[in-house]
Design a protein around this ligand. Sequence first.
Ligand code: ARG
Ligand code: AKG
Ligand code: FE2
Length: 332
Amino acid sequence: MDILSIDAAELRVIEKLLDECVDELEDVESDSALRRITVLAHELPTRIRAALNDYRLERTAALFVISGYIVDQDRVGPTPKHWRHRAEADTRREEVLLAMVSSLVGDPFGWSTQQDGRLIHDVIPIQGHEHEQLGSSSETLLTWHTEDAFHPLRGDFLSFLCLRNPYAAATTIGYVDALRLPDATRAVLFEDRFHILPDNSHLPKHNSTDGAEVFSTVEEMHRSPDRVAVLFGDPDQPYMRADPYFMSVDEGDAEARDALGEFTEQIDKAMFDLCLADGDIAFLDNFRLVHGRKPFQARYDGTDRWIKRINITHDLRKSRASRPGLANRLIR
Ligand SMILES: NC(=[NH2+])NCCC[C@H](N)C(=O)O
Ligand SMILES: O=C(O)CCC(=O)C(=O)O
Ligand SMILES: [Fe+2]
């Protein structure tokens, strides 16, 4: 992992930039706000812009953390009980900051099938979800995964801004570099022999969006998932795509099953903890690492862990046919 600690002078530049623009950017997720934020990001301190450019080009570790931003806990207010209630909180400043740094790595996008089509997600524990395989779970291990592994248009990167994490609940991280696989196993993982089902966050029951129409693509992926590869790209320095909890192989394909088992075991062994603290901004390379979250005890009293999350793509054009318009960042 690489870390950049914001120094006092840099923090002043960031705060001033936010002071000047946050009030005018009423709807952070609107097309006009996102375009303005992308331009304003070029006024961030040079060291941050340089580090994010190196990160975007994979010259640094797959996990990159910027620490030292200070969250005004009083202004932000209590952690909402559900992401649907996010409007009750005043987190526009943090959303603008996260969108700004994210735009230096690529372009933020979202899914019309996730969190009611919000571009900036809230990762908070939700009562009743304790044991679900969802970001809103708590008491159960959130098994490691590539974010939106099932989808060919999944993000290149993910960004998190931690608003609070009072009990230091751990995000887990596993690097693709940790793999030491025999050539034969590696070769199998490079072949299109694996199914990945859509994870539960894309189900209609975890959205309040009216009309099932936006879910039809994901439902089709559920009915007949494509066969995909776990490893791809350079044979010696591959990228990965996996979410074992939602994966299977064709019946009778013992070779693929064993290769997936070996892969999963090695990643399991190499996983390490990342305990995000207030104000930490983390970038996760969705091609070079997998991530999950350890169990924790939620409080539901307004003091719970709260992370803002954005999906980032290198290339919005790839999803153009799956978005209703140029100005719309939501894939359906
Ligand atoms: N292995 C898994 N649990 N995968 C699903 C991950 C959770 C999902 N990304 C969410 O936002 O809720
Ligand atoms: O809570 C975390 O640290 C990670 C959550 C996550 O991976 C998810 O919601 O997909
Ligand atoms: Fe995730």
